[in-house]
Ligand binder design. Structure first.
Ligand code: CU
Length: 87
């Protein structure tokens, strides 16, 4: 079973310090981006709040590290992602 009802595409992105990641809800239901533990040292937590269909959320990453994040309502079904922020 490889299909998931909902997922982040791509699930992992690699960016540089200072870059901004943009999430777009292209689905038909509410999603939600929030940082999941562990939070890299010195990093600011982020949380989109509920994102209705069509919503866009952006977060700039100013601290290098490995950031896990989840969709709050769908974390249990594997809607999780990673942002790798490199120097
Ligand atoms: Cu979701």
């Amino acid at each position: 079973m490889t299909d998931k009802p909902t997922m982040f595409v791509p699930e992992t992105v690699t960016i540089r310090v200072g870059d901004t990641v943009e999430w777009r809800n292209t689905g038909k239901i509410v999603h939600w981006v929030t940082i999941g533990p562990p939070i890299p040292k010195g990093a600011q937590p982020f949380d989109s709040g509920p994102m209705p269909p069509g919503a866009v959320y952006r977060h700039p990453f100013t601290v290098a590290g490995h950031y896990n994040y989840v969709c709050v309502p769908h974390a249990g079904t594997g809607m999780i992602g990673v942002v790798e922020v490199t120097e």
